[in-house]
Design a binder for this molecule. Structure first.
Ligand code: GLY
Length: 327
């Protein structure tokens, strides 16, 4: 369940756990923690910010800190931060003493509309993103929209990408109303849309897979361009969605909107034709694949669908992307 600031404060004041620990990162600790009086009585576990923290080493560190803070099976772990923190807090809560409750307080737009919702947890491995993880639904998600004032514009835009994705897949009739920047009401509307979808399909056997639109190419772009070029997750997904729109034959209105928006608002993709094989190879080992092929979630004008796309078509999509990047 999603709570506004007032009910979130009340929840934090009336928690009935034997102990509570908060996982956060150094950025959030300096920018957001000072405003969160309700959290100050609890133990704090601080990790380094950034995607590279989604590792076994950070998991071991958090689990040790949970033990040192005296957390039991009746305790609560809270993730205060963006998607990296909520993924890690969810994962550690799901394995500590075979699982304790987790609650999230998302502090980025991307975590508010996507990462904190639906219980996906995980860490990265050398063979790919989020390859190890669990489904562990948070007992509550607390919203303090004022914290977004600290968010750099680039991160706001990266969050808008996931909000637009959920809207085009689940509520295509309202995509034209989704303009950057989002209002507070639009943020909670998108969060509720995602929550409603995932509640019926927590383990992604059906429609939850719609939310993977843009994530096959997107994860490959993120893997290739995050460390060297600093491409953010939402930015990689923005380019991934654009590339995957190639598989929708009709020239939809939203394709031209999205092409223009991405070119105007998202840093250029450092993709070059010689990266094609690496992108294809990374997508081949994507965890969304099954033995019978590679499937893509796409927003067709007649409704969202999951369709098989072979490697030849994927290569064509990358050639089409080149024409967009270089023109
Ligand atoms: N980020 C997609 C999902 O939660 O299923």
């Amino acid at each position: 369940m999603i709570h506004d600031s007032q009910s979130s404060k009340e929840i934090l004041r009336s928690l009935s756990y034997d102990r509570v620990a908060i996982v956060t990162d150094k950025h959030v600790e300096s920018l957001v923690w000072p405003q969160m009086d309700e959290l100050h009585p609890f133990s704090k576990i601080v990790i380094d910010p950034g995607e590279s923290s989604k590792s076994q080493a950070t998991v071991s560190f958090i689990l040790d800190q949970m033990h040192q803070a005296g957390l039991s099976r009746k305790s609560l772990l809270v993730g205060l931060g963006g998607g990296v923190v909520t993924d890690l807090a969810g994962y550690c809560a799901s394995i500590y003493m075979r699982g304790i409750d987790v609650m999230h307080i998302p502090t980025t737009l991307l975590a508010m509309v996507d990462a904190a919702i639906g219980g996906k947890t995980g860490i990265n491995t050398h063979w790919g993103k989020n390859m190890v993880g669990t489904f562990h639904t948070p007992v509550a998600i607390l919203y303090f929209p004022d914290v977004l004032q600290h968010l750099p514009k680039r991160h706001h835009k990266a969050g808008f990408v996931e909000a637009w994705k959920t809207t085009i897949m689940c509520k295509p009739n309202v995509w034209k109303e989704m303009e950057y920047p989002l209002t507070r009401k639009q943020i909670t509307d998108v969060a509720e849309t995602k929550l409603t979808l995932v509640e019926t399909d927590i383990t992604e056997k059906g429609k939850r897979a719609w939310l993977n639109f843009g994530h096959s190419f997107g994860h490959a772009f993120e893997h290739l361009y995050h460390l060297e070029y600093g491409l953010l997750h939402g930015e990689a997904i923005a380019w991934g969605m654009l590339t995957e729109m190639y598989f929708i034959d009709e020239n939809t209105h939203y394709r031209s909107f999205w092409t223009n928006w991405v070119k105007a608002n998202i840093p250029p993709l450092p993709y070059k034709p010689e990266h094609c094989n690496q992108v294809i190879e990374l997508m081949r080992s994507d965890k969304k694949n099954s033995a019978d092929g590679q499937y893509f979630a796409l927003p067709f004008p007649s409704g969202s669908k999951i369709v098989a796309v072979d490697e030849g078509q994927q290569r064509e999509a990358l050639r089409w992307l080149e024409t967009i990047i270089y023109h």
